[in-house]
Unconditional design. Structure first.
Length: 274
C-alpha cells in the first residue's frame, strides 16, 4: 500500500533514527517530493540516501512550507529549544507534530504551538535501523483518530508500534526498550569475555556470543512461547545450563540487577524531562 500524505512531511534531524524512518517511508511508496529535510549536516550515508531520492537537506526550511501534514522532530534533545520554535510557526490546524526526541515532554512542544495542535511523543529504539524496532507512543488530547492512524503508518515503517495511555509511562518505556538494546549488547560483550576467560580464542568467543544473542533474539521473535518457557526448554535438570542459571538467577541475580538498572534509567529520564 502506497503511503499518501495530505501535505508535506517536514523532518527536523536526519540522523540515524530520522534517516531510518525516511528510508522506511520511501520504501513504502512515500513521494520524495513531499519530504522536506532540515539538517545542516546529516551523516554521510544519510546524505547519500537523500541525494539518491532527490531530497535536499537544508539548514532551515523555506517560509513557503506552510501547514505541513507532519512535522517529525528527530533532533537531539539538547538542541530542541533552538530548532523547534522556528518550526512551530509552520504548523497549521491539521498538522501533526510527531517527536522521537528523547525526554522532551508534550507540554514542552505545546508551549511553542497554537492551542489545539496535535502532538504525539514517540520513543523508538535502534533496531529501527534494520526494520526491527519497537516504538511506544502517547498523544495529547488533540490527536484525532486519523492522526493516530497516520502516526502508526509512519512509525511502523521501522518496526512495531504500541501506545501508552499516560505520558508518565514514557520514562519506563525509555528505560526498557529505548535503552534496552544497550543491555543486550552488553550481554553479548560479557558473554564473549566469559568465553575468553574459559579459554576460547577471542575471535571465536566473539563470534559465538554474537550469533548466540542474535539467534536467540530471532527465535524469541518467531516463537509463540514466552521467554521463560524458551529458557526452560534449553535447561536440562542438573545440566550445564542449570549450573550457569543457578549463578545468574541467584540472590542478587540478573533479574534484580535489571530491575535496578531500569529504575535508574527511568529516574534519569524524569530528571532530563524537567
Amino acid at each position: 500500500m502506497t503511503l499518501k500524505l495530505d501535505g508535506p512531511l517536514v523532518v527536523a534531524g536526519a540522523g540515524k533514527m530520522g534517516g531510518a524512518l525516511l528510508e522506511g517511508l520511501l520504501a513504502r511508496g512515500l513521494d520524495p517530493g513531499q519530504v522536506v529535510v532540515q539538517d545542516p549536516a546529516p551523516p554521510a550515508d544519510v546524505a547519500d540516501f537523500l541525494a539518491r531520492h532527490g531530497i535536499a537537506a537544508e539548514a532551515g526550511i523555506a517560509s513557503l512550507v506552510r501547514s505541513p501534514a507532519i512535522i517529525l522532530v528527530a533532533v537531539k534533545p539538547q538542541v530542541i529549544e533552538t530548532v523547534f520554535p522556528p518550526l512551530a510557526r509552520h504548523a497549521g490546524p491539521a498538522t501533526l507534530v510527531l517527536s522521537i526526541a528523547a525526554g522532551k515532554t508534550i507540554a514542552g512542544f505545546e508551549a511553542h504551538l497554537a492551542p489545539g495542535t496535535a502532538v504525539v511523543r514517540a520513543m523508538p529504539n535502534t533496531p529501527a535501523a534494520v526494520g526491527r524496532g519497537i516504538t511506544a507512543c502517547v498523544g495529547n488530547r488533540h490527536v484525532t483518530h486519523h492522526q493516530r492512524q497516520l502516526a502508526n503508518e509512519l512509525l511502523s515503517a521501522v518496526g512495531e508500534v504500541v501506545w501508552v495511555e499516560r505520558e508518565q509511562l514514557m520514562d519506563a518505556v525509555t528505560a526498557v526498550s529505548g535503552s534496552g538494546p544497550a543491555y543486550v549488547f552488553l550481554l553479548a560483550e560479557c558473554l564473549a569475555e566469559a568465553g575468553r576467560a574459559a579459554g576460547l580464542e577471542p575471535q571465536l568467543a566473539d563470534r559465538l556470543a554474537r550469533a548466540t544473542v542474535s539467534g536467540s533474539g530471532e527465535l524469541l521473535n518467531r516463537s509463540d512461547l514466552s521467554a521463560a518457557e524458551l529458557r526452560k526448554n534449553v535447561t536440562s535438570p542438573g545440566g550445564t545450563t542449570a549450573a550457569a542459571l543457578s549463578v545468574l538467577m541467584g540472590e542478587p541475580g540478573l533479574k534484580e540487577l535489571l530491575i535496578e538498572a531500569v529504575a535508574a534509567a527511568a529516574a534519569r529520564g524524569r530528571e532530563l524531562s524537567k
